[in-house]
Design a protein around this ligand. Structure first.
Ligand code: FAD
Ligand code: AMP
Length: 479
């Protein structure tokens, strides 16, 4: 193998593998260094997202939702499946197959596009060189025209609940339970805690989510967060806000968790405990001190809007840099950087990145929240539409939640959209596209939406912005 490349990427997660494929498509000789090994000691591509993140969690969310539907939701359609049972090892094995198929698919794409996969741990040295140490300790140095660091992130551990991989697990361990825990504790009511709590709750666990903050989903639009909180409560998810975990003890196959609230100290006993308190950038031992790369105060690799680090011709993308820790954010950064290396004037619109919590119903958002607009003093108007008024949602017996559209008071430009409801992830994408094209709420209002679809709720929310909704009583005066 040549040890000279136009581009060397470190990390083959969604930020790194996409950057590598794009660079190769643009005619640049490209290597992608990845340390992850499969059980046969071969390089494993796809990073957190494909192996232990987005994909396996969605596989389990879908399996568990089907079980829940069979058990609890089909009766209303006149269908009785009262003796539905769940074979947890079979469900986990199905998830494993999907992961294998997708990670293998990345290997195929690398081959097809001419990306060289290099197995080992990469470290950036001064002079755009990458030192790679393989599993046997062999070291090679790659000369790179440009380097893209995409080393990703790792789960945060907290001293009160040290992960033991058995009773106390992180998100990776929570994707591997071989039986349904009778009582499940989750620390952290963030995206990952809510998704994994939902998986096991649907399968029968009695789930308690302990969240230190008083506010539920503070980063989401608060009207939508409150609505989501009510729906989750109705579903039986016991989310305790203002509950800070202070300790844990593993004894006789159980874990006892201590936590404090405004009322004092409490304890709860669980069969399993998932620690889902966030992720941190994986930025240690990634570069030599003379490489010129710097970290910000939170340990993220410092980059500008174009993902350039402080070292010339060294870029960083994905979870290892500032911004939301989302697969698609990293992938788009990877594309931007590959294009810029190839001399194209690419840039990224950080104002238009959708985010989703894949509970049921889903919670999805793009753009500014109402509280952000208020804080920034931006004049805005809003329109909402509840799914209970959507014919399609009622037909599916899936009518919890609402769409909320925010637009500029004077220009009518769409500033944000927040949804809790069925297929919210796919619905919000329609607004992402509209926002990318600088659409006004009226542009969406004047668009023809198929009937009956859930998308009509987006249409009605856009109409409601100026008091023109048809299928609900408009509270505001028509403009
Ligand atoms: P990663 O995917 O973490 O990949 C980094 C890669 O770099 C890894 O393969 C690692 O082994 C490798 N690496 C690190 N250091 C080195 C080194 N020195 N040398 C060689 N290789 C190295 N995001 C979404 O958008 N949607 C979701 O639904 C979603 N669900 C999630 C569910 C869970 C349970 C979790 C944990 C995460 C989820 N995420 C989701 C987040 C998403 O997985 C991450 O944002 C995404 O994987 C980040 O991509 P990345 O390429 O930056 O890093
Ligand atoms: P996220 O970063 O979105 O995955 O969310 C993680 C959540 O975990 C945050 O809302 C934190 O407030 C919460 N958290 C962190 N530490 C603790 C703790 N000791 N007890 C309870 N919740 C915590």
């Amino acid at each position: 193998m040549s040890d000279k490349f136009d581009v060397v990427v470190i990390g083959a997660g969604p930020a790194g593998y996409v950057a590598a494929i794009k660079a190769a498509q643009l005619g640049l000789s490209t290597a992608c260094v990845e340390q992850w090994l499969d059980d046969k000691g071969k390089v494993r591509l796809g990073g957190t997202c494909l192996n232990v993140g987005c994909i396996p969690s969605k596989a389990l969310l879908d399996s568990s939702y089907k079980f829940h539907e069979a058990k609890a939701d089909l009766g209303v359609h006149g269908i009785s499946v009262s003796d539905a049972t769940i074979d947890v090892p079979a469900m986990i094995a199905r998830k494993g197959k999907i992961v294998d198929q997708l990670t293998g698919g990345i290997a195929g794409l690398f081959k097809h596009n001419g990306v060289t996969a290099v197995s080992g741990t990469g470290k950036v040295l001064a002079g755009t060189r990458v030192e790679v140490t393989d599993k046997d300790g062999n070291v090679q140095v790659l000369e790179a025209g440009h380097i893209i660091i995409a080393a990703g992130s790792l789960p945060i551990n907290i001293p009160p609940a040290p992960v033991d991989g058995d009773l106390i697990v992180d998100s990776t361990g929570a994707l591997e339970f071989q039986e349904v825990p009778a009582r499940l504790g989750v620390i952290g009511a963030g995206v990952i805690g809510l998704e994994l709590g939902s998986v096991w709750g649907r399968l029968g666990s009695d789930v308690v989510v302990l969240e230190a903050l008083e506010e539920f989903l503070p980063m989401m639009d608060q009207q939508i967060a409150k609505e989501a909180g009510k729906i989750f409560k109705k579903q039986g998810l016991d989310i305790r806000l203002g509950a800070r975990v202070t300790g844990s003890e593993v004894k006789d196959g159980k874990v006892t968790v201590s936590y404090s609230t405004a009322d004092g100290e409490h304890t709860e006993e669980f069969d399993k405990l998932i620690v889902a308190v966030g992720r941190r950038p994986r930025s240690e031992e990634l570069f030599s001190t003379d490489s010129g790369i710097t970290l910000d105060e939170r340990g993220f690799i410092f980059v500008n809007d174009f993902c350039e680090t402080e070292a010339p011709r060294v870029y960083a993308v994905g979870d290892v840099v500032r911004g939301p820790m989302l697969a698609h954010k990293g992938s788009e950064e990877g594309v931007m950087v590959a294009e810029r290396i190839a001399g194209k004037p690419a840039q990224m619109n950080y104002d238009c990145i959708p985010s989703v919590i894949y509970t049921h119903p889903e919670v999805a958002a793009v753009g500014k929240t109402e509280q952000e607009l208020k804080a920034e003093g931006v004049p805005y108007k809003s329109g909402t539409f509840p799914f209970v008024a959507s014919g399609r949602a009622l037909a599916s017996n899936d009518s919890d939640g609402m769409v909320k559209m925010l637009a500029h008071e004077e220009t009518d430009r769409i500033l944000g959209c927040h949804i809790v409801g069925p297929s919210a992830a796919d619905l919000v994408q329609q607004v992402v596209i509209a926002m990318e094209f600088g659409s006004s709420a009226e542009d969406l209002a004047l668009t023809v939406f198929g009937h009956p679809t859930l998308s009509e709720a987006v249409h009605e929310a856009a109409l409601a912005v100026d008091g023109h909704a048809i299928h609900i009583a408009n509270r505001k005066k028509r403009k």
